[in-house]
Write a protein that binds this ligand. Structure first.
Ligand code: UGA
Length: 438
């Protein structure tokens, strides 16, 4: 099929490359010319494992192109995927959907032939119906234009796999006989043939599935972090506890890693936007628990700073080595990163902080130019009074505590992700502290 992907950020660039891999002809559209130039030469402007190789391969094969021209896109496409961002509004909980509105306002008047538009962005429930009406009103092709909602569940760091081998595909349509369903079956043909569940539903349910999934994941993380607080107060071990409850298949072990909590461009803003939308709909009481989920999560960051203060005596002048800046491993994304947030707070309180991350230093420097950055673990921890492990990259999990012990001034590790074996580090002469583990 001839597929247009509108917006080539983390989501759109991955989707475009993966659709090309499925054998479609794909055109990626964005307004950012420098991003388009990079992608056109097969270079992905962010870090996502294997995406560079896949993009380069698809561009070279002629299956994937990029443009800033909506006219070209309208001429090219049978099917359009919307993958623009819906960030949190400044000073409000609600999502900013203005990029979606302006995209429809630009694209729809150019649609002179029948087309299917699939929304992938995470949106407040009700957005799809509104955009559908708007697109059909503005398009010369009128009701020949169909808009359906096809939420995306990919995780950064696993984006290609999650796109090509998803747990499920969800499609929200106005009528089940909709031509959007046929188009989706063609687009995702080989994925569906492999037996991936395909849930066809209405627009509102499809929108809600996505935000509910993210709200549930956020709740799971905050639940285990709340339990970690109780473990700290009582001497329990949250890691063993998570293993033990995780064996119950009704609970499951995934997303029960206690630590510094969740960040990134999705979970934090999505739970807030969900609360805001429920409030608009008069269902605010239903989601007040998400306030607590948010509060537990944000508290982790200040608790980490407290842990560092207690461990050092005073933060004033303390030399702190921070390992990790990305919001999660295998990503260079630092949006609402708990690690970077803690590094910034420590510096504001007078510590001399040096940060190392395998992939996220460049993005961190743009966001927090005043922090010091190093290009290796050893350089970040040189003469450190305390080392904070804040993102669980494999490189950090595999560190040799004896070797690192030789560069620091004090063998003191605060493991913000419960990701190394305390006994190994203690045997190497380190004082080890973390959340929810004695
Ligand atoms: C999340 C969802 O997992 C995806 O399904 C969804 O498609 C995506 O948001 C989105 O809405 O676009 P992502 O933000 O890439 O994906 O990252 P996650 O793997 O969900 O991790 C989010 C945060 O939770 C990270 O900061 C991670 O360190 C933290 N986390 C995760 C924990 O603190 N503990 C855990 O046990 C798991």
């Amino acid at each position: 099929m001839r597929i247009v992907v509108l917006g080539v950020g983390y989501l759109g660039a991955t989707h475009a490359a993966c659709m090309a891999k499925l054998g479609h002809q794909v055109l990626g559209v964005d307004t950012d010319e420098s991003k388009l130039a990079q992608l056109s030469s097969g270079v992905v402007p962010f870090y996502e494992p294997h995406l560079n190789e896949l993009t380069a391969e698809m561009v070279a094969a002629g299956n994937l192109r990029f443009t800033s021209s909506y006219l070209e896109a309208a001429d090219f496409g049978d099917v359009y995927f919307i993958a623009v961002g819906t960030p949190q509004k400044k000073g409000e909980y609600a999502a900013d959907v203005s990029a979606l509105d302006s995209l429809i306002d630009t694209l729809a008047p150019l649609l002179t032939k029948p087309a299917i538009i699939f929304g992938k962005s995470t949106v407040p429930v009700g957005t799809a119906a509104r955009l559908r009406e708007r697109a059909r009103r503005l398009a010369p092709a009128g009701t020949g234009v169909e808009l359906a909602w096809n939420p995306e569940f990919l995780r950064e760091g696993h984006a290609i796999d999650d796109t090509l081998r998803p747990d499920r595909l969800v499609l929200g349509v106005v009528e089940a006989s909709d031509k959007a369903v046929d188009a989706a079956r063609q687009v995702y043909g080989s994925i569906l043939e492999s037996g991936v569940p395909f849930i066809i539903t209405d627009l509102a349910t499809a929108e809600l599935v996505k935000v509910s999934a993210n709200a549930f994941l956020a709740t799971k993380i905050s639940f285990i972090n709340a339990i970690a607080e109780v473990c700290d107060a009582s001497g329990g071990d949250v890691v063993q506890l998570a293993d033990a409850i995780g064996y119950d298949s009704r609970i499951g072990r995934a997303f029960l890693n206690a630590g510094l909590g969740f960040g990134g461009g999705c979970l934090p803003k999505d739970i807030r936007a969900f609360m805001a939308r429920a409030g608009e709909l008069g269902a605010d009481q239903a989601l007040t628990f998400l306030r607590e989920v948010d509060a537990i999560n944000m508290r982790r960051r200040s608790q980490m700073v407290e842990l560092a203060r207690d461990a050092c005596g005073s933060l004033l002048g303390a030399r702190v080595g921070v390992l990790g800046a990305a919001f999660k491993p295998d990503s260079d994304d630092v949006r609402d990163s708990p690690a970077l947030n803690v590094a910034g707070q420590l510096q504001l309180q007078g510590a001399a902080v040096t940060v190392y991350d395998p992939k996220a230093v460049e993005n961190s420097r743009r966001l927090f130019p005043t922090l010091a950055y190093a290009d290796s673990v050893e350089a970040a921890c040189s003469k450190a009074d305390v080392v904070l492990l804040l993102t669980e990259w494999d490189e950090f999990k595999e560190l040799d505590p004896h070797k690192l012990g030789r560069v620091v001034s004090r063998r003191l590790l605060l493991d913000g992700r419960n990701c190394v074996d305390p006994s190994v580090w203690r045997q190497a002469g380190w004082t080890y502290k973390s959340f929810g583990r004695v």
